[in-house]
Design a protein around this ligand. Sequence first.
Ligand SMILES: [Zn+2]
Length: 179
Amino acid sequence: MALLDIIEAPHPILSARAREVTDDEFGPALIQLLADMTETMYAAPGVGLAAPQVSDSRRILVADPGFEDDEGKTKKGVELVAMVNPVIVERSRDRINWEESCLSVPEFYVDVARSKEIVVEWRDGAGQPQRKTFSDFAAVVLQHELDHLDGVTLLDKSSLLKRSRYIKKQAKRAKTGGR
Ligand SMILES: [Zn+2]
C-alpha cells in the first residue's frame, strides 16, 4: 500500500476528460491502484477520490460516503465502493443541495444541486460488472467524483468571482511554497 499525491486545481489533468480503462488493464495492478486510492482517501481524510486527482487520467474512483473522521462515529468501509468505468444509467428528477468541498480544491465550498438518487453501473478491479442505487449524501459524493472523470471540479460550479479569488490565492501559495 502506498499514499498517492493529490494534485490541486487549477491543473490540466483535473480539467481533462479521463479515458476508459481497457479490458487488458483489469487485474492485480488495477486492484493495487484502487487499494492505494482508498488508503489515500482515508488519510486525507475524504469520502471520495477520483483517479485524475492522483494524476491518473482514467475513469476510476473510490468513495466511502459513510466514512467520518470523528472518533467513534466512523462507519469506515461499510459503504466503500471502488469503481472502474462508472456510468450513471438513471437519475431522479428530485434534486438535493449540498455544500461540497474537494481534496483538490482546498478551503473552497460550493453549494451544488444534484440528483437525489442515481443508479450507477461500473466494473470492479477484477472486471466484474456491478450496479447499485445511491441516494442522498452517497449520490452527492458519487456525482462529485464522476464529475472529476469529465474534467469538472468545484471551480466550474462556482461564480467567476469566487473562482478568480481562489486562483489568486493558489498562485500566492505556489510562490511562497505553503499555506
Ligand atoms: Zn473532488
